[in-house]
Design a protein around this ligand. Sequence first.
Ligand SMILES: Cc1cc2nc3c(=O)[nH]c(=O)nc-3n(C[C@H](O)[C@H](O)[C@H](O)COP(=O)(O)OP(=O)(O)OC[C@H]3O[C@@H](n4cnc5c(N)ncnc54)[C@H](O)[C@@H]3O)c2cc1C
Length: 441
Amino acid sequence: MAKQKDRWAIVGGGILGMMLAYRFAQQGKKVVLYEGAEELGGLASAWQLGDITWDKHYHVILMSDLFLRGILDELGLGDEFEWVETKTGFYTDGRMYSMSNTLEFLTFPPLRMIDKLRLGGTIFLASKLTDWKALEKIHVAKWLRRLSGPRTFKKIWLPLLRAKLGESYKETSAAFIWATIQRMYAARRSGLKKEMFGYIKGGYARILSRFGDVLEEMGVEIRLGQRAESVERVEGEIKVRCRQGHEDAFERVVMTMAAPTASTICKGLSGEEIRRLNGLEYLGIVCPSVLLKKPLTPYYVTNITEDWVPFTAVIEMSALVNRHTELNGHTLVYLPKYVTHDDPTLTWTDEKIEETFVNALLRMHPHLTKDDILNFQISRVKNVFALPTLRYSEKLPPMHMSVPGIHIVNSAHIVNSTLNVNETMLLADRAAKEILTKQRV
Ligand SMILES: Cc1cc2nc3c(=O)[nH]c(=O)nc-3n(C[C@H](O)[C@H](O)[C@H](O)COP(=O)(O)OP(=O)(O)OC[C@H]3O[C@@H](n4cnc5c(N)ncnc54)[C@H](O)[C@@H]3O)c2cc1C
């Protein structure tokens, strides 16, 4: 094994790792990017579903995702956008409602006018608040119940919270809903008239392939299928050892995987660092992709408020993405269920998930039959994002570890926003600047 001065490694080839590699390579570093899977992209990666290739998890780009759009421009993909005005549905009391504009909101039957006013008031207030740290000290359920009233909370907020957080909403702070509403209003803040949803033709498969090519053109060495088992400082160098037995040494290593995984791989951390990394509570997801012969609804998102439905929303990707040019004329829907580590759904067999989820989908959509289902494929991920619990920002692990040359940067470091690619890239940009500055001092 050669002595490897001036070489930097990034472990984890998701969006965060790719963006770090991009910035370091721009500064002339010799970068090696390790990815445990056989392809780049992590949560944003694509897979084959029947005769189509599309994102493993539903991804949409907002017009207000200005940083991400800037990077896509740099990658030469800026002209490949399709922008669409999408609709939102609500499935409640066994019926489907459209909730896509003010008129539909005002005539939404499950809520009385007073409930609607309180709901609108809550959203308006959250869009104007700036002191998110104060909201970290109060439970989201308590805050929303107080502002919107018990009926609106039960009918609207509770199902929405469960959709995104499962039962963990009980431990989540009000900063979570604040960040979600802020993202909804980001377009107006950034001077755009209205929010639009978009995608790049070819989906994230196209973005990741182009990003990977650009990294390689810049000299980044991408090592796919190389899962790091240990990262350790030995005799002034950082050694990365992979499951396959391959070992290499670097001047600096940045790890981008979830905090509890990073804490087991990284050797020599202090007790306090390990406590902080393991102290974060992560939410996971069970996310089937379903390919259908015919459309379900005109809605990109259908929020569900019925307890008997095992998934927490229906994302109809083909209400956004052109079915004919991108999806071989099929309908693509996702049936996500966010789960805690101990949720039994994570250990269900594929057959059990398919049977339970499909039965509920058929009951919601009587015009659909089993014959309409072309493919059903399940993604299970244990650590998707760290739950924003009370006083979350005070619990953050450091990015720059006590072991010189080792950094652990991951989406848990996104504190006052939601998990999305724009924020992930911004985090990588900020972390890269800090790491490069540290190197100079
Ligand atoms: C269901 C869902 C829907 C989403 N929708 C949107 C959306 O609409 N719009 C949006 O902007 N964002 C969306 N996101 C968020 C977006 O996917 C994330 O912000 C982004 O992908 C996070 O990237 P990351 O690199 O931080 O993490 P990850 O993607 O988790 O990357 C970590 C990488 O590290 C690798 N790794 C782990 N351990 C090791 C090891 N030991 N050795 C080597 N490699 C290792 C993993 O294989 C993985 O590739 C969504 C996410 C999900 C799950």
